[in-house]
Structures are given as C-alpha cells and as structure tokens.
Ligand binder design. Structure first.
Ligand SMILES: [Fe+2]
Length: 398
C-alpha cells in the first residue's frame, strides 16, 4: 500500500503552524514574498541541474583537500554533495568487501533486507567496518575532529529492483519545525530572508533534537555529512546514490512548503505557476511528513507534493566511483538510491558519516562504545589512537 504522504497529521499541528507564524513579524507577507522568489529561482536552478547531470557534482582528490580554492569550496557547499577520490587504496577497499562477504556467508542469520536476498545489512561492527572507520579517518571538507558513528553497509546485487529508498531527507521529520532549536537552523527562511540561510551554521544544529518521539532506528547523532565508502566500482544506473544537488534551494522550499497550498490539483503544468498557490495555515498537514511508529517520518518529497523541485529530472546520480572513493552529502540534502541496477557487479558501500565532536555526540559515542565492548566488536580491531578517540574509547583501556 502506498504511504499517504499528505494526510493523517494530528489536528494539533495547526497550532504549530500558527505558533511559527506568530513568532515572526509579518509572517504571511514575508513568507509569501519568499515563496514566490523561491519558486522563481527554482525554475532556473532545476533546469541547470537537469542539464548538468552527474558531471556537475563536485569531485576532488583526497590529497587535494587542503588546497581547494574558495570558489570550489563554495560550490561544494551550495550543492551539498562531493565525491572524494582515493580516500583508501583500491585493494584495501576491495579486501574489506571480501571480508564482509565472508562474514555474511558464515553468519547467514544476520538481520538484513530484503529478507529473501539480503543486501542491506543491520551490521555495525564487523571487522571491515571497524577498520574502515578508524583507519584513515577522512576529515571531510570542513571537519577537523571526527567521531566515529556505527552505521550499516550494503552489497547490492545486479538486476534487482530497489524501491526502499525513494527521495528523502534523514535526521528529523516534523522536528525540523516542531523543535525550537532545530527550527532555528531555518530561521532565515521562516523570516523571509531565505537567501541568507546557511545550512552549515552549527549554532542551532548543536542542540537540535532530531528525534522528539523516540522512533526506533532513527539516528539521534548529529551528522554534518552523511557518507559512504565505495567497496566496488559503481556508475550511474548501477544502483548508486542520487541527490538533489542544491541544499540551499531544497531547504528553502521544503521548510516553507507546509504554509502554502495549491489552488489547482489536476493540471501538473498549472501547479508550477506561483499564481496557483495560496498562503494557508489552517490545516495540520506538512506535505512529505507522515505518522509512523508513534512519531513522524520524512521529509519525503514527491513530484505531486513538491512539484517545483521537478524531482523526476533533478535527482542526479553521483558520478562513477571506484573502490576507496567516498561520497559525502549534507544532512539536509534530498537523496535516494537508484531503483535499477543494470550493472554486472555488486554495488557495495559502507556507510561512514562525518560526525563532528560536539557534547551531544561525545555522549553518543560513549554509549556506542559501551555497546561495542559488550561483545559486538573487538577493541583490537581499532588500529590507531585517532580511531580509538573517534569511537569514544577510553584510550588507556585498549
Ligand atoms: Fe538516507
């Protein structure tokens, strides 16, 4: 059954909209002006994204990270996505994949999806994963004190359809509006000054609560970038990651979207016309946010609910990667996994997000370390001091 992405929100969310509206001066007028500007800008931006394709996604070599020009850094920040080549040697990355395959073979009962042909594994602490996180810690882009966050991996077989990762944003659903700290990250958008929005401003993020309802499997750690390390060669159409490569525009649009409703419903072309949208805060719906497990999931933008993103043309596959290359995307970037995998080889990646050192995250990795020593991981697999610190280990114990 299709999930209803626009409906079923409790009536109290009308109050949330009213509260937000009353906390910014001239909200209706300023939000409407901003909304119209954003729709105008998106017309141009989405056209460029669709034309630019995969090659317009920033690619840099790991060894050049220290010498990027300011304009290159600006470009990476605006897109919110970057491919970093050769973080790990090809042979080493391939070796880790072999070790993961071995592990799965000798532990066939591990949790994973799809159940009949597991490809996305609920495994966090295999030797390969521990080595990859602690070995050469990739200090991605603007991060200087990385912590280590245990995440999963996938080995996707060719030919199998994959529809479990449609376009979405991780790390908080209704919390983006409901939690006042999280909402602060988007204050410039809500006040109408959307061009001033800085997705990289850490102030609100540090205290933002991304999980107000304690849903299972929802990450509470603060990641500046999500990321993965390629363990195999994977090109577009071979089951790779897709992104909407403009985090400023997607944030501006997604955050203001709940305050507007279309006046027309049938004609998709008419839906794109700003004239056909009206300010409306009388309904509890936050399009793309939906109830799940006692809390809320999303944002999950769709062409029907978020027509101006033109997702059918603007979800761009990341360029071809080789083993040892990494891909990072800002935690607000809309991303998905290709449904098709037309390649001949497995598409294998290990998820390794960038987790900066903050009080909240330090507490998280300490809890994580306790789980690790409870027998799921082997401390001797963490090979160096930086790696040990990154995973919250008291260095003297190990
Ligand atoms: Fe995701």
């Amino acid at each position: 059954m299709e999930t209803d992405l626009n409906g079923g929100m409790p009536p109290r969310f009308v109050d949330l909209k009213q509260e937000i509206a009353s906390s910014y001066p001239d909200f209706e007028q300023r939000a409407t002006k901003a909304w119209n500007e954003i729709l105008g800008a998106l017309e141009e931006v989405t056209k460029n994204i669709a034309e630019g394709g995969s090659e317009s996604i920033a690619q840099v070599n790991f060894s050049q990270l220290d010498s990027l020009t300011p304009s290159k850094i600006e470009m990476i920040k605006r897109k919110g996505c970057v491919v970093i080549r050769d973080v790990v040697d090809d042979a080493e990355a391939r070796g880790w994949k072999d070790a993961l395959e071995e592990f799965i073979k000798s532990n066939p009962d591990v949790e994973g999806v799809p159940a009949d042909n597991k490809q996305f594994f609920q495994l966090f602490w295999t030797k390969s994963q521990v080595l990859a996180r602690s070995g050469r810690t990739p200090e991605g882009v603007d991060l200087s004190t990385p912590l280590s966050y245990a995440d999963r991996f996938r080995i996707r077989r060719p030919g199998i359809r994959w529809d479990v990762h449609p376009p979405h944003v991780d790390g908080g659903a209704i919390e983006r509006w409901q939690d006042e700290h999280f909402r602060m990250c988007f204050a410039d958008i809500l006040s109408g000054d959307w061009r001033a929005h800085d997705p990289y401003d850490l102030e609100g993020r540090l205290n933002a609560r991304s999980s107000l309802y304690g849903r299972p499997n929802q990450s509470t750690v603060f990641r500046t970038f999500q990321g993965w390390l390629a363990l195999s060669e994977t090109a577009p159409t071979q089951g790779t990651l897709k992104v909407f490569p403009d985090v400023l525009m997607s944030n501006a649009y997604l955050i203001l979207r709940p305050f507007f409703r279309p006046r027309v419903t049938e004609d998709p072309k008419a839906l794109l016309d700003p004239e056909n949208w009206a300010f409306d805060i009388a309904t509890p719906e936050f399009p793309g946010i939906f109830p799940r497990d006692g809390g809320f999931a999303g944002p999950r933008p769709t062409p029907a609910l978020h027509p101006h993103l033109r997702l059918e043309q603007t979800m761009i596959s990341v360029p071809a990667v080789k083993p040892g290359d990494m891909v990072f995307w800002h935690c607000d970037v809309i991303h998905s996994v290709e449904e098709e995998h037309t390649g001949k080889e497995d598409s294998a990646v290990m998820y390794i997000p960038a987790v900066p050192s903050t009080p909240q995250n330090e507490a998280y990795v300490k809890r994580q370390f306790d789980d690790f020593v409870k027998g799921v991981g082997r401390p001797e697999d963490v090979v160096n001091l930086l790696g040990r610190r990154a995973m919250g280990a008291p260095v003297e114990v190990m």
